[in-house]
Design a protein around this ligand. Structure first.
Ligand SMILES: CC(C)(COP(=O)(O)OP(=O)(O)OC[C@H]1O[C@@H](n2cnc3c(N)ncnc32)[C@H](O)[C@@H]1OP(=O)(O)O)[C@@H](O)C(=O)NCCC(=O)NCCS
Length: 161
């Protein structure tokens, strides 16, 4: 039984800014926060309590694990007079960001890349590479069978068969 002054937020709440765009068949799980001007493509997944900060972009088929954190400003302007520059992370088609990863402002995650659990991503991650650690470094390559084809590539592959 909670104290009468307690404020209990439903466990099924999440926040999506009115200026964010969310594509079709995309799932946003409980507690996730999608800030202003975020663009999320089709068939994406944003796990519980992930924070996708202002101006971030997720292309189609992106996976973001629980409690991942996207950062979009390098400097903290709280009660300071200077302006902060906004630069949300950009996650390419089919890339996967595992739980608890932190992406620093402006980093670009290549198509089908994989960022491991708890990584701190300070630099761009090339297509199909696996990065983890603090700071995140290259640890391998995503195998073919774990990549999702973009529609154009899928068409070409089907035509070759
Ligand atoms: C990136 C990832 C795929 C690496 O898996 P892997 O290639 O099979 O790596 P291994 O488990 O063989 O580990 C190789 C080494 O890296 C270490 N390691 C693995 N993942 C690590 C991580 N995220 N951070 C730091 N070290 C890590 C291991 O301890 C091991 O070190 P050791 O050789 O000294 O013992 C995995 O860490 C991951 O993030 N998976 C995603 C899980 C997820 O988000 N699931 C969905 C939500 S439930």
């Amino acid at each position: 039984m909670e104290d009468e002054t307690a404020k209990v937020v439903s466990s099924y709440t999440y926040y999506v800014s009115e200026t964010a765009k969310i594509g079709k068949n995309t799932e946003i799980q409980q507690g996730a926060i999608i800030e202003d001007d975020v663009v999320i493509g089709d068939h994406c997944f944003v796990g519980c309590y992930a924070v996708i900060s202002e101006g971030s972009v997720l292309e189609d088929n992106v996976y973001v694990g629980a409690r991942s954190l996207f950062i979009s400003t390098k400097k903290i302007d709280h009660r300071r007079k200077y302006e902060t520059e906004l630069s949300g992370p950009h996650v390419g088609y089919g890339a996967r960001i595992a739980s608890g990863a932190i992406l620093l402002p402006g980093v670009k995650i290549g198509k089908n890349a994989l960022v491991g659990i708890g990584a701190l991503v300070a630099h761009d991650v090339p297509e199909r590479e696996i990065y983890f650690g603090i700071p995140a470094k290259k640890r391998g390559n995503v195998p073919d069978e774990e990549c999702v084809d973009e529609p154009v590539k899928a068409k070409k592959r089907a035509a070759k068969k």
